[in-house]
Design a protein around this ligand. Sequence first.
Ligand SMILES: N[C@@H](CCC(=O)N[C@@H](CS)C(=O)NCC(=O)O)C(=O)O
Length: 212
Amino acid sequence: MDLYNFFNSSAAYRVRIAMALKNIDWNPIGVNLRAGEQHHSEYQALNPNRLVPTMHDGEQTITQSLAIIDYLDRKWPDPRLIPADGPARTRVLELALTIACDMHPLNNMRVQKYLSTHFGITDAGKSEWVEHWLSAGFSALEPWLPEDGGWCVGDAPTLADCCLVPQVANALRVQFSLDPFPRVRRAYEYCMRHVAFRVAAPNAQPDYVAAH
Ligand SMILES: N[C@@H](CCC(=O)N[C@@H](CS)C(=O)NCC(=O)O)C(=O)O
């Protein structure tokens, strides 16, 4: 199983967590987003959206981190990350989609680049933009999370935790304060006690480069 991956990609980080939770061996293929390798024609042939991650398993090539995790969940259902039914399934999807659809895309690298190249937004303006959408998203997540910490939903890790941790890691990277979101912070800290979340972290990847 090959994963086209970049250490700092939070969408790839979601998939890395899922594979660690399921004990799936995988082979990293580096796509350096800072060097623009996502725009190379060979990569675009695999992922027309020119985004990371992409997974290759046998004959199948899959893009979109949530579609990849759904594929993994069906092929290796132990442990299940997307509950089969009931209110838990609904809440897991609500949390995951809030992060993956309403938060993450707005602060993606290509969006930030477009803000500066097409609208002349300064670095300070972009920071304000990023903080605004992080704040809006975390405000939506906060009341859904357990008050005293623990997994996002129920008593085991799910797709919601796979999405929450990379999004919080992104926020911490830009020194965003989680003080107004104590449940988000507690859920993040709880997840990070589990080894699967730590081996999947950016600084544990072979292509990791420290921030400068
Ligand atoms: N919805 C996609 C999002 C993928 C995505 O946005 N990946 C980012 C890294 S986290 C990327 O490749 N950015 C490159 C760019 O903005 O040019 C998924 O969940 O897989």
